[in-house]
Design a protein around this ligand. Structure first.
Ligand code: MN
Ligand code: MN
Length: 405
């Protein structure tokens, strides 16, 4: 048995402890928690939100290179409305939450074991990354080809615009995933659900359409189910419906983690776009791992805006928006970031664990331009003359692209 030695604090020791705490608080107020840098800034006397300030050290005390006005580039799923249903939940970060994010809207969804995201379709395509657990997904295309697959952690799926589909959480504990739609104004509240469709077509029309007696439709739901609990499906083979038209010609699922990653000095990158995930024409993606102390190099994307989703770890990003405007944001797991087309940025791992993030684009292809590679492959005297640096520095730059350094 371990021996516990409790010492009841005296009033004197309590007061001494409080004095130490008070001194520590005053000291950290001078150094850590206030917008003070050298002779600039001052203490905050008014109301404070210490947890928010701790999450955003580069907002509280921006690097001196930040300048001008740049719109907000961050929103956390932790600040999104949680839509709870029997069977799971969903929450979304769209243009309504993050106004700059015009090209992509994101949805984070949880389906409990057996929980179903009901049969539905929507105007934009749907791209998804499985965060945890397993799901069965189904779809049928316009030519009567059908699709069914089980997906797990790190798998992607893609349903083209207007193609009806479903998702169901499997054992042991259902699943959770991130959905991305190539339209910032999209909302999960604006999908075409099979239940809602039935509730708003005249019943005699539905009966005539299906060739059944109208009485067979007595119990159809009066409103959409959205997410609902259902029995677990049988094994994949037993659940597969034969189609005379055959299976979908392009696979709607993609095993991203089975791709050999591009290894970089400080991490690795896996890219999924229309070159390897052929059906995914409206969204391209990169899954980036950045080890502690390393960073995604300074780069920009010539084809499209970047919608970021932080899966693990902590990081910071500065975006330079031309015209001397730049702003730095801090991110952690569950946050969404956004960078407009061609604006240079980096993502630095500021934590003690690996930083994992998704870069998503409304584009059939992933493309980025590397600042270092550009400099290394341009006449070195010319580059050196711009930046007042030694030509030898430019000579030594790597000519291959190193996405994480
Ligand atoms: Mn959908
Ligand atoms: Mn980027």
């Amino acid at each position: 048995m371990p021996k516990f030695d409790f010492q009841i604090p005296t009033r004197r020791s309590l007061l001494a402890g409080a004095a130490v705490l008070g001194a520590a608080t005053a000291a950290s107020a001078q150094t850590n928690n206030n917008p003070i840098e050298g002779k600039k800034g001052g203490t905050i006397l008014g109301p404070r939100n210490p947890s928010r300030e701790a999450e955003n050290p580069d907002i509280l005390r921006p690097p001196p290179t930040d300048n001008g006005s740049i719109p907000n580039l961050k929103f956390s799923f932790a600040d999104s409305h949680m839509k709870m249903r029997e069977g799971g939940w969903s929450r979304e970060v769209t243009q309504r939450e993050l106004p700059i994010a015009t090209t992509i809207a994101g949805v984070n969804m949880r389906l409990n074991k057996g929980g179903v995201r009901e049969l539905h379709w929507h105007i934009p395509a749907e791209w998804s990354f499985m965060l945890a657990g397993h799901a069965r997904i189904t779809a049928v295309d316009n030519d009567g080809h059908n699709f069914i697959a089980d997906v797990g952690p790190g798998d992607l799926w893609y349903f083209p615009k207007g193609i009806p589909h479903s998702i169901q959480g499997l054992s042991d504990d259902g699943c959770e995933f991130l959905l991305a739609f190539p339209d910032g104004k999209f909302s999960e509240d604006a999908t075409f659900a099979i239940t809602d469709t039935f509730a708003h077509m005249p019943k005699d029309v539905l009966a005539k359409n299906l060739g059944v007696d109208v009485k067979a439709l007595d119990n159809i739901p009066q409103q959409q189910k959205f997410i609902f609990p259902a029995p677990l499906p049988p094994a994949l083979q037993a659940d597969t419906v034969g189609s005379a038209q055959g299976k979908v010609p392009l696979n709607m699922a993609f095993r991203l983690m089975e791709q050999e990653p591009t290894q970089a000095p400080g991490g690795r990158v896996r890219i999924a776009d229309a070159r390897n995930f052929v059906i995914s024409t409206d969204i391209s993606a990169a899954l980036v791992d950045i080890e502690p102390g390393h960073m995604r190099e300074i780069h920009w994307h010539p084809l499209a805006d970047e919608w970021q989703y932080y899966i693990a770890g902590k990081g910071r990003m500065t975006v330079f928006a031309s015209g001397a405007a730049a702003r730095t944001f801090d991110f952690q797991a569950g946050d969404v970031g956004y960078v407009q087309q061609s604006m240079p940025h980096y993502v630095e791992n500021t934590g003690i664990e690996s930083l994992r993030m998704l870069e998503l684009f409304r584009s059939p292809r992933f493309e980025d331009v590397s600042l270092t590679q550009w400099m290394a492959l341009t006449p070195h005297e010319l580059v050196a003359a711009h930046l007042d640096i030694n030509k030898e520095l430019v000579d030594a730059l790597p000519k291959d692209k190193r996405p994480v350094v």
